[in-house]
Design a protein around this ligand. Structure first.
Ligand code: FAD
Length: 396
């Protein structure tokens, strides 16, 4: 049985561990943190990623724990005016072949972890991977505690600040994108009206807010993004100051303001990326998820792309014998790169649209939504078919 070693127990690492175990591999996963889970935050899981969860065998559980938005909306963050409303729910599920889900990251990670352990993945927490040495037919993963583990393949799923990435690429520092994001979870009972069953982007000059319900509407997930010229902090995720968050969106519309007023804890992230054209694999080492392709979160696809990576990788490895692992990794990277690059570009374009300083940039959307809402929604759905209609599952 081939052996896979994975560094990193986030969504990418856990999904990859589960995918390989389902493809008949023996898998060991090491994670620096002494316990799994992270800053509480929501994740939107589009139909493309839901299909990956389906192949991983966890879609029913994810569906049961998720919130199911009726629609995605873009609104003017200052006036509240509707710019675009895209139906989700059953209509979108029929169009794209899987549901659109909103999940607490900790819930999704717990679902993947339970399934991975049940499939035989061994987890080693509180262990840091340091480097990988590949020798022809096998790879050695060196851990910080001095231990060396040997396998047929090592996956670096160690996030945007990946250590293992240095084994493949010139070690370029992650680059600050000039944008910061606060994340908060707010008990819905603090609001005067229950949260709407929608994922709403509130777009305004130099920033935007995203709000959506989680856990049967008992929580509101808030992401608040602002352009800012520098990031002087040491880390990239820090406790944030709710008052600074409120000041950053002073003068915005009453509904997002009400949500901001209810924040009493938040985290602040500097949004970083890395040069996109890097190698993801060589020999028996491959990078996956944010370690390979960090992206701005403005298309809500970072975790989704990590889930797709895992399923497509398992498909390529299942076809290859143990000797052909390097070729399978190259074929996987070749298949994945154009799609991930398109997602990265579209997320950047969304940032420009959401943060437009001139109201004229939003005018065509606002007019179309007012005069021909069904046509506008149909056109918007058509422009997303490539993203959500994609199916990473192996064809029978
Ligand atoms: P990570 O989650 O960073 O996991 C890496 C893991 O590796 C960590 O557990 C870390 O402790 C561990 N690790 C690090 N170094 C080592 C080492 N040397 N040895 C062992 N372990 C190590 N995506 C979506 O799909 N939908 C969304 O709605 C969405 N919203 C977002 C909103 C914001 C504001 C942000 C910032 C991101 C959002 N994303 C979203 C993106 C998504 O969160 C990430 O793309 C995804 O979580 C990346 O997962 P990962 O496993 O690759 O990396």
């Amino acid at each position: 049985m081939p052996t896979g070693l994975i560094a990193g127990g986030g969504i990418a690492g856990m999904a990859a561990g589960l995918a390989l175990a389902r493809a008949g591999w023996q898998v060991e996963l090491v994670e620096t943190a002494p316990a799994l889970g992270e800053v509480g935050a929501g994740l939107q899981i589009g139909a493309n990623a839901a299909k990956a969860l389906d192949w991983l065998g966890v879609l029913p559980e994810a569906r049961a724990q998720a919130s199911h938005p009726d629609r995605a909306e873009i609104r003017n963050g200052v006036t509240g005016g509707l710019l675009l409303s895209l139906p989700l729910g059953p209509r979108a599920e029929r169009r794209w072949g899987a549901p659109y889900l909103q999940l607490h990251r900790a819930d999704l990670l717990a679902i993947l972890t339970r399934a991975a352990e049940a499939a035989g993945v061994t987890l080693r927490l509180g262990t840091r991977a340091q480097r990988v040495v590949t020798h022809g037919t096998h790879a050695a993963l060196h851990l910080e505690d001095g231990a060396i583990h040997h396998g047929d393949l090592v996956l670096g799923a160690d996030g945007i600040r990946s250590t293992l990435r240095g084994g493949l690429n010139r070690d370029e520092e992650a680059r600050f994108t000039g944008q910061i994001a606060w994340r908060a979870l707010i008990p819905a009972e603090r609001l005067s009206t229950p949260p709407e069953s929608a994922a709403t982007v509130w777009a305004g000059p130099g920033g935007h807010l995203v709000t959506y319900p989680l856990r049967s509407g008992s929580l509101i997930n808030l992401v608040a993004v602002r352009e800012q010229s520098d990031w002087a902090e040491e880390g990239w995720s820090l406790p944030g100051d709710p008052d600074a968050l409120r000041i950053a969106f002073h003068g915005w519309h009453a509904r997002p303001r009400e949500i901001l007023e209810a924040v009493d804890h938040c985290f602040l992230w500097g949004l970083f990326d890395r040069p996109a054209q890097v190698r993801w694999s060589s020999g028996r080492l491959a990078l996956i998820g944010d370690a390979a392709h960090p992206m701005l979160p403005f298309l809500a696809q970072g975790a989704g792309q990590a889930l797709e990576d895992a399923v497509v990788l398992a498909r390529h490895l299942a076809r290859a014998g143990e000797a052909a692992i390097p070729e399978a990794l190259s074929a996987w990277e070749e298949e994945r790169w154009p799609r991930v690059a398109r997602v990265i570009r579209r997320a950047e374009a969304n940032g420009r649209l959401f943060h437009a300083r001139s109201a004229w940039r939003h005018w065509p959307l606002a007019m179309a939504s007012r005069l021909a809402p069904d046509l506008a929604a149909g056109l918007a759905a058509g422009r997303l078919d490539w993203l959500y209609g994609y199916d990473p599952r192996p064809r029978p």
